[in-house]
Design a protein around this ligand. Structure first.
Ligand code: 6PG
Length: 468
């Protein structure tokens, strides 16, 4: 068929993207090694301009040139295998797009390897889950701008729209697109963890699922408006068809992960960027998975959460402010990492554009992104939103609510690691004098690592051993 677009990997995301692309007037050819997925694709495509083939060589034969081939396959070795299988049959000018959650180091390597081959390589983050893929995802392509221009019209037509603008744009050199998507996921982890901590405390104070539904629904109409708050409201009203109970109460409290949050923290540690809210959110997923140990230790310590009896209406307001403050800090940490990585890795990421691309279609879409866009577009040198005049008054206003939230959580014995990290991150960042002078003294004491002084330049060492 003379297809405009080839898709390898017809899992749920792949199939939905194919349907989305076909609905926008493009002919698509799909290939998956699994016959079952291929059959499902055929069924779902109906009379749309979609064909399926049984090999990557056939996929190549059915595409018009230059060929546009996207793959949505599990990150890692499979991506390399797909590329290796395609390369011998491709021609100069063809375009490969890795739309999975690939690690940015892999994408940098693949991009470099294809640099002189004449084959374009685009590493593209795709966000929005099944629904996004089907009706409008947010997409973060990187590589080089010339390559992106060759596929821009297709992706702009299928992307989610925010104020009429497509939520897809060039994110920068080499693996920039996958880097931006990775940070998106790190922020996603932090926001999800904070929402769950609010749930944990309110549940402890006796707030019912029905009330939680109402509360999140109300919050979603105000300054916290966001996809994650919206779906949380929905979750609280979902019934379990088997038992008739609220489904949330039937779900085991072990959170899983596929690794992108961990990658964000790893990268931040390597680039010396403090990212404690995302770090703790990853840790809390690990801690949640230790269910057996938690059950055993709860008995060992007879740990019982205490209903504090605080005024629940006041607590709800504190929760709202804590979330607002926490969301600001989650984005602050993620965006600071983006700006540092952009300069160290020479990705040249247009931060305001990345923020714009997150406004619709993706998991971390929220009203707050408008303020973030304002802050970063007004000040091209802005590193952290803590410094932005757009955020200073908001952070001052919301901090007391976060403190009250944490005090109540501590009284109740309810863990709130992500929120503690938020407050301590902020308090440390706005602290002129930290006790790190003592750390320096200790390092110099045991290892002669030297220290700097407050009154003169240079590196100093002291013989600390007390005279006997
Ligand atoms: C998205 C999501 C998606 C991610 C899932 C699962 O933007 O659509 O970020 O890409 O894979 O959210 O992530 P975890 O399994 O690590 O929670």
């Amino acid at each position: 068929m003379d297809a405009h677009f080839g898709m390898i990997g017809l899992g749920t995301m792949g199939r939905n993207l194919v349907l989305n692309i076909a609905d926008h007037g493009f002919k698509v050819c799909g290939y998956d090694r699994s016959e079952e997925q291929t059959l499902r694709m055929k069924e779902e495509a109906g009379d749309r301009p979609v064909i399926t083939v049984s090999s990557s060589a056939d996929l190549i034969k059915n595409l018009r040139t230059p060929r546009i081939i996207m793959f949505l396959v599990p990150a890692g070795k499979i991506v390399d295998a797909v590329i290796d299988e395609l390369i011998p049959n491709l021609e100069k000018g063809d375009i490969l797009i890795d739309g999975g959650n690939s690690h940015f180091i892999d994408t940098d390597r693949r991009y470099a390897a294809l640099q002189n081959s004449g084959i374009h390589f685009i590493g593209m983050g795709v966000s929005g889950g099944e629904e996004g893929a089907r009706f409008g995802p947010s997409m973060m392509p990187g590589g080089n701008e010339e390559s992106y221009k060759l596929v821009q019209d297709i992706f702009e037509s299928i992307a989610a729209k925010a104020d009429g603008e497509p939520c897809v744009a060039f994110m920068g050199n080499s693996a920039a697109g996958h880097y931006v998507k990775m940070v998106h996921n790190g922020i996603e982890y932090a926001v999800m963890q904070m929402i769950s901590e609010v749930y944990g405390l309110l549940r402890n104070e006796g707030v019912s699922n029905a009330e939680l539904h109402q509360l999140f629904d109300t919050w979603n109409k105000g300054e916290l408006q966001s996809f994650l708050i919206e779906i949380t409201a929905d979750i609280f009203k979902q019934k379990d068809p088997e038992t008739g109970n609220d489904l949330i109460d039937m779900i085991l409290d072990k959170a899983k992960q596929k690794g992108t949050g961990l990658w964000t923290s790893q990268s931040a540690l390597e680039l010396n960027v403090p990212l404690p809210t995302i770090d703790t959110s990853v840790s809390m997923r690990y801690l949640s998975a230790l269910k057996e140990e938690r059950t055993q230790f709860a008995r060992l310590y007879n740990h019982q959460n205490k209903k504090t009896g605080v005024d629940v209406e006041a607590l709800k307001k504190d929760c709202r402010d804590a979330l607002h403050f926490g969301f600001m800090m989650a984005y602050a940490q993620g965006l600071e990492l983006l700006s540092v990585a952009s300069s160290i890795y020479k990705y040249d990421i247009p931060i305001p554009t990345a923020i714009k691309v997150w406004r619709a279609g993706c998991i971390i879409r929220s009203l707050m992104l408008n303020d973030l866009y304002k802050a970063f577009s007004e000040d091209a040198t802005l590193k952290n939103v803590i410094a932005s005049p757009v955020f200073v008054p908001l952070l001052k206003e919301k901090r007391p609510g976060l403190v009250n939230f944490l005090k109540t959580a501590m009284d109740a014995g309810i863990p709130s690691l992500a929120f503690s990290a938020v407050l301590n991150y902020f308090d440390a960042y706005v602290q002129e004098r930290l006790p790190a002078n003592l750390v320096q003294a200790q390092r110099d004491y045991f290892g002669a690592h030297t220290y700097e002084r407050i009154d003169k330049e240079g590196a100093f060492h002291t013989d600390w051993t007390p005279a006997t």
